[in-house]
Design a protein around this ligand. Structure first.
Ligand code: 7TS
Length: 420
């Protein structure tokens, strides 16, 4: 059975992308919320899914569904082909050297836990230093805390410079000289900072420090090329890149993956099992115990096709254009605290109003159909450093429009009037 057509509603006028036309691909964007048209500005938490992804998953279950790598029957072969085809698609998406360097996970969180528990437990010892940054999501902090507590390793942090959310890199070489591993985010999910990841990884490599890149906020929003960046590991989530929930990716350099012990035991990850002995399968299967999320991989494949048809360079520029418009309008509010860099930021905008609590703002915005996020965004230590319990956050994606930015600003002014 042929897979469904994966064309987008991509249209260009004079070479310029008609962004509003792409909204046609997203059924959920037609929803009304509390009698208002939905304005979905919580893309840093999860993106919406185009029809092409929903159709691909449906097609898989209606025509190709079976377990993978096991059967000698037609459906199992189709499912295996689809699953391994998705692995190759992911390798191409981030320019990995080969498909063997791609491990399917449940998401970014599982990928980071895998590196901590496999590479970390095998290679780090008491007294070793794990270097992180102050802007890490809890998913890139807690796994390292657990590991450090278990083996007696130390944690060190690259600090941020203040509300502008830049990394203070003046001590980087000294910090790297003391560290064995550096794990950091490409883009901050709270401040929208885009870290100079290639430069940092190059300096880490010179110092012999292994690098882990959290690409949860970048893989679907900006060009990401693991060979150009030079990271050793990279993790991202399908659900933030127009794909389904429950599927994610861990990239690892092949020689590192081959030397690492398995993360979980079970089917698929073995080559031979006796009552008291086991030999493991080759990479990447060594790290994929149990029946994998085949439909998730199929959906992710369609999502990556969709994003690459648009182009991540263009998506990044669109995100930035909307964020700039939002920041300029927000900056007009007396007493507002806006977080993140003035220039070169992503489509994530966090702020604290002088007169309305972030949670009240998000609740009242929801009454008007505008989906924002309020809280600590799984960045509690960062917010403690900034001295705020919560921020309100708008995060944009390519299907958001200038009109939606203006609607978001209008709603903020309405809420402030109510509080005045
Ligand atoms: N790393 C970063 C930078 C993130 O932003 C997130 C999720 C994760 C890791 C974890 O991803 P998961 O798919 O494994 O859960 N960030 C957010 C957020 O900002 N709001 O909700 C989830």
């Amino acid at each position: 059975m042929n897979a469904p057509a994966k064309t987008t509603s991509l249209a260009k006028r004079d070479g310029v992308i008609d962004w509003a036309a792409l909204r046609e691909d997203f059924p959920i964007l037609q929803e009304t919320v509390n009698d208002h048209p939905l304005v979905y500005l919580d893309n840093a938490a999860s993106s919406q899914k185009p029809r092409q992804v929903i159709d691909a998953i449906r097609h898989h279950y209606e025509h190709d569904n079976a377990n993978v790598h096991r059967g000698i029957h037609e459906l199992s072969n189709r499912a295996t082909e689809a699953y391994e085809g998705a692995r190759q698609r992911v390798a191409d998406f981030i320019n990995a050297g080969s498909r063997e360097e791609i491990i399917f996970t449940r998401g970014t969180t599982e990928g980071l836990n895998l590196v901590a528990n496999s590479w970390g437990l095998e290679n780090l010892r008491e007294g070793d230093t794990i270097l992180l940054t102050e802007m890490e999501h809890h998913s890139n902090l807690v796994p390292w805390q657990l590991l450090a507590q278990r083996i007696g390793a130390r944690l060190d942090f690259i600090e941020i410079t203040g509300d502008d959310g830049q990394l203070d890199l003046q001590w980087l070489d000294e910090q790297l000289a003391r560290a064995r591993l550096l794990s950091l985010t490409h883009i901050s999910n709270t401040m929208g900072t885009v870290n100079p990841i290639a430069e940092i990884c190059a300096r880490a490599r010179e110092a012999g420090v292994v690098t882990v890149m959290d690409a949860a906020q970048s893989a679907g929003h900006a060009p990401v090329d693991v060979q150009a960046i030079g990271c050793d590991f990279l993790a991202f989530s399908g659900h933030k890149t127009c794909g389904p929930t429950g599927i994610g990716v861990l990239y690892g350099r092949r020689e590192l993956l081959e030397a690492m012990p398995p993360y979980q035991g079970g089917g698929e990850m073995i080559s031979r099992v006796e009552f008291r002995n086991v030999t493991f399968n080759v990479v990447p299967h060594k790290f994929e115990a149990g029946t994998p999320n085949v439909a998730g991989a199929v959906g992710l494949h369609a999502a990556l096709d969709y994003l690459d048809a648009i182009g991540r360079g263009a998506i990044f520029e669109h995100d930035q254009r909307l964020a700039k418009r939002a920041c300029e309008r927000l900056a007009e509010i007396n007493g507002i605290r806006l977080f993140g860099p003035k220039k070169g930021r992503s489509g994530v905008v966090s702020f604290v109003l002088p007169d309305a609590h972030a949670l009240d703002l998000a609740t009242m915005a929801d009454q008007k159909g505008v989906a924002l996020r309020a809280g600590h965004h799984c960045n509690q230590p960062l917010l403690a450093k900034l001295g705020v319990p919560a921020t309100a956050r708008a995060s944009f994606y390519f299907y958001n429009t200038e009109t939606e930015v203006d609607r978001f600003i209008e709603v903020i002014h309405q809420v402030r009037k109510l509080f005045a």
